[in-house]
Design a protein around this ligand. Structure first.
Ligand code: NHW
Ligand code: EN5
Length: 388
């Protein structure tokens, strides 16, 4: 069934039911001297190529590869369109490894035809903080599909991660592989319902007219919570404290320090937006919310070429009710001209999705750990990790 995945240290479908295996590493680390020293062989026409994301020309090539060949929905109507600035942000967190930005080029034309990336992260599973790689942006050009290139890319990134003495990884995918730790659903909140309907992202509900639909999704012009403002550099320490104590309640969550928070949550236009509530009386930072910007190309539409989507990221509601905080996030996203606000049913999100008029999407997101077993998996609401 899974000629490649059967050979890997991941939960195998056949032993998910075996409740006797312990949590933690599936196989022990090997001595670094035993990690294969040279890259895995590629078909003769191709070569490995470590990508330098400082190089604007390379970044443009990577952007183009993904814009034309990365993830689509099940009916091939939309394709993720990560921006160059977003890719730089996503791939260069604190202490990133250049060698984990792995391209495959055609030897002759030097054209970039495939890519996979890893970034380092500390991820906690129950009470175990583990150094992991987060693997993302696996992509093979459409013309080179089904030739078993993906397993070569995965083995090569694994080798380069092992060279840094890291033995676990986290990743998400829309497809089912052995074996998800949990399966999440995407939910969508229309901000610009007319455009969403015009491009086929959503449909006019039964017994609904366009004008009733537009009215249904209307939002106030400005956030309602007193003290709601953009996060700034001076807030990093307070946001880190808030986020660390919040994420502590989840079974699987990142272990963020101040450097991570500065990188992942300080606002960057059209990449990541973060807001917080500063108490007008005490100036204490009591609540926090954030979203990242990931447009999708609209395939085959005469009027529109892109959808501007915000994706819920990390949110912490302590004093302000979560529903009210997320309503303010919707309001600022609408002000900034997003067409749709997306969220997964992770963390406490179930507590606002229906009330704030999100509807379930047709896509799922499966979460995976490599070489780490979590007995019986977890529920989406026990997951405190959002990957880009
Ligand atoms: S998920 C997004 C992945 N990218 C896309 O969907 C883009 C569009 N599709 C493509 O580019 C986020 C190709 O279809 C890809 C597969 C490249 C997906 N994850 O080359 P073959 C991520 O980036 C298995 C893992 O012939 P292809 C996370 C498949 O099951 N495996 O297929 C990435 C089969 O193996 P099997 C996937 O269509 C996490 C084999 O690939 C997969 O030409 C990576 C077929 O290969 C997927 N999304 O190319 C794992 N899709 O055993 C990281 C297919 O079933 C693991 N496959 O025969 C950790 C590593 C680090 C460890 C460190 C200690
Ligand atoms: C790794 N970081 O399927 C990510 N998106 O629902 C890789 N559906 O946008 C894995 N099909 O439901 C990504 N509209 C896996 C996801 C791949 C992309 C994907 C889904 C998520 C999606 C939309 C459009 C469907 C178009 C036809 C969808 C319904 C919205 C509606 C709004 C009004 C209230 C009800 C719902």
């Amino acid at each position: 069934r899974h000629k490649f995945w059967e050979t890997q240290p991941v939960g195998q479908f056949r032993d998910v039911a075996d409740g006797s295996l312990p949590d933690g590493a599936i196989e022990p680390p090997t001595p670094l001297s035993e990690v294969r020293a040279d890259p895995y062989p590629l078909p003769a026409a191709f070569e490995w190529f470590t990508c330098d994301l400082d190089d604007d020309a390379l970044l443009a090539d990577l952007y183009a590869l993904l814009a034309h060949n990365y993830v689509e929905d099940d009916e091939n109507m939309f394709r993720f369109n990560y921006s160059p600035a977003f890719l730089r942000w996503a791939l260069r967190p604190p202490s990133f490894f250049r060698a984990w930005h792995i391209g495959v080029r055609a030897k002759e034309s030097k054209k970039l035809v495939a890519f996979i990336s890893g970034i380092p992260a500390r991820i906690r599973a129950r009470d175990d903080v583990v150094r992991m790689a987060e693997i993302n942006f696996l992509c093979v050009h459409k013309k080179l599909r089904s030739k078993r290139l993906a397993p070569v890319l995965i083995r090569e990134v694994t080798r380069r991660v092992h060279q840094e003495n890291i033995w676990q990884a986290a990743y998400t995918a829309g497809v089912v592989l052995p074996t998800p730790i949990t399966t999440c659903r995407y939910w969508h909140r229309s901000l610009n319902p007319k455009k969403l309907i015009d491009v086929g992202f959503s449909r006019l509900g039964p017994r609904m007219t366009m004008s009733r639909t537009v009215r249904l999704y209307k939002l106030p012009d400005a956030p309602l919570t007193p003290g709601f403002r953009q996060m700034e550099l001076r807030d990093v320490a307070a946001v880190t404290r808030l986020l660390r104590s919040y994420l502590a309640r989840y079974v699987v969550a990142p272990d963020f320090d101040e450097l991570d928070v500065e990188h992942w949550l300080l606002p960057q236009e059209d990449v990541v937006d973060s807001y917080l509530v500063e108490s007008p009386e005490t100036h204490e930072i009591t609540d926090f919310c954030s979203f990242y910007t990931l447009p999708s190309s609209v395939l085959n539409n005469a009027t529109y070429s892109t959808l501007k989507a915000a994706y819920s990221y990390y949110n912490v509601a302590v004093k302000t009710p979560l529903q009210q905080l997320m309503n303010d996030a919707l309001i600022v996203a609408k002000q900034k001209n997003y067409d749709v606000f997306n969220a997964l049913d992770v963390m406490e999100n179930e507590g606002f999705l229906k009330e704030l008029k999100f509807g379930p999407g047709d896509g799922q997101l499966h979460y995976y750990l490599y070489n780490y077993r979590i007995r019986n998996g977890i529920k989406p609401s026990e997951l405190g990790l959002v990957l880009l």
